[in-house]
Design a protein around this ligand. Structure first.
Ligand code: PMP
Length: 380
């Protein structure tokens, strides 16, 4: 990676980890077989896929047979939410578009779980709706992400799943942003399904997984082949899968070291607070991922900050600019009850495995210059 740049946009995509790069290059260089073929070449490709399945399963404490590889978390979310045959879907107000859109298109009754000012889902709303009778809801799923991509706020997923189980509801969690940053235990969470994305862990993009609890009823999404135990047809993306497995293993080791990231993030926030005392750190009162900071300075438009930081060699995002060029008011921040002034000002800074103290220093230097230029203009 170009070290004259400071990349602080790990929630959009994380730079490829060296372990994933090595695994991918080995697969590109040596792999000739189709994992479904019975010959030696096929068996070798199969072994690569199954090793990666074990690595991904280990990251979230699931069984390997519960891991189904998909083309990414968008597909995994679309599968569960859009093709689950639900008659009702409870979902967080702050979910990613890949949950919101298939829910809206599914024909199911969609019930939004409201958000508190801290960014945490208000579970009473589900309890209230359920206690007024589930008979009219039918087959129901509760979709609640593990951590938010814009603010890093962590949601009470285990508590939700326990309540859902008692009331015969299914639970899905989008664990894309939490994976590799905080420990995830699929069993302890008690959800039925969980989605993961390779490129947020330091693997390649275009690969992900849906973790499906053993025994859970879920129709195949893609049919027309026996791959993935007939649950997801299509010849496996062997290169993507092996890089995903290697990234999952490396990211799992980093989780134990999450204090390193939160120390860097806290130093960054402290510095920003000193330079711009009016800065608001969105979601900072809740439990957050160690790597994410959503910073809003009232009156300072996020797009302007992102462009100026980019010119200064720093990559960050305005709100949830996962899909490039998308500049709108964030539904996540509005759901927290923040006004449009703050929502339009929020800049997302997200750290990761290769972030160092020097990156934080570079960010703070640029932040100082950008905000000082604004202050002198205001005086002039
Ligand atoms: N869910 C969340 C919370 C995300 O941040 C993203 C990526 N922006 C996705 C799902 C989609 O993942 P993928 O890019 O693998 O389709």
């Amino acid at each position: 990676m170009n070290r004259s740049r400071t990349y602080l946009d790990h929630n959009a995509t994380t730079p490829l980890r060296p372990e994933a790069r090595t695994a991918a290059l080995a697969a590109i260089g040596e792999m000739t077989g189709n994992p479904s073929s019975v010959h030696a070449e096929g068996r070798r490709a199969r072994a690569v896929v199954e090793t990666a399945r074990e690595q991904v399963a280990r990251l979230v404490n699931a069984k390997p047979l519960e891991v189904v590889f998909t083309s990414g978390a968008t597909e995994a979310n679309a599968w569960v939410i859009g093709a689950g045959g639900w008659s009702a879907i409870f979902r967080g107000a702050f979910e990613h578009d890949s949950v919101l859109a298939p829910a809206a298109a599914s024909g199911a009754q969609v019930i939004e779980i409201p958000t508190g000012a801290d960014g945490v889902a208000r579970l009473e709303a589900i309890a209230h709706r359920v206690s007024s009778g589930t008979d009219d809801l039918g087959r129901t799923v509760v979709a609640l992400q593990l951590a938010n991509n814009e603010t890093g706020v962590i949601q009470p997923v285990a508590q939700t799943a326990a309540f859902a189980r008692e009331n015969q509801l299914s639970t899905h969690t989008d664990a894309v942003q939490a994976a590799g940053r905080v420990a995830i235990d699929f069993n302890a969470l008690g959800v039925d399904t969980l989605s993961l994305s390779g490129h947020k862990l330091g693997g390649l993009s275009g690969i992900g997984a849906l973790v499906i609890r053993d025994g859970t009823r879920l129709a195949s999404f893609l049919t027309g082949g026996g791959q993935e135990r007939r649950r997801r047809a299509g010849t496996e993306n062997v290169v993507g899968i092996t890089a995903f497995g290697a990234a999952a293993e490396a990211a799992g080791q980093d989780v134990a070291n999450a204090g390193r990231l939160s120390r860097l993030r806290d130093r960054l926030e402290l510095g920003v607070g000193e330079i711009t005392p009016t800065a608001v750190f969105v979601g900072a009162t809740a439990e957050r991922l160690p790597n994410t900071s959503s910073i809003a300075v009232p009156g300072l438009a996020a797009e302007t900050v992102v462009i100026r930081l980019d010119l200064a060699g720093i990559a960050v995002s305005a709100g949830a600019a996962c899909s490039s060029g998308k500049v709108g008011v964030s539904h996540v921040l509005l759901a927290m009850g923040l006004g449009t002034e703050i929502a339009r000002a929020a800049v997302r800074v997200s750290l990761g495995w290769n972030t160092s103290d020097a990156d934080v220093d570079a960010f703070l230097r640029a932040w100082n210059e950008i905000t000082a230029a604004r202050a002198s203009r205001a005086v002039a």
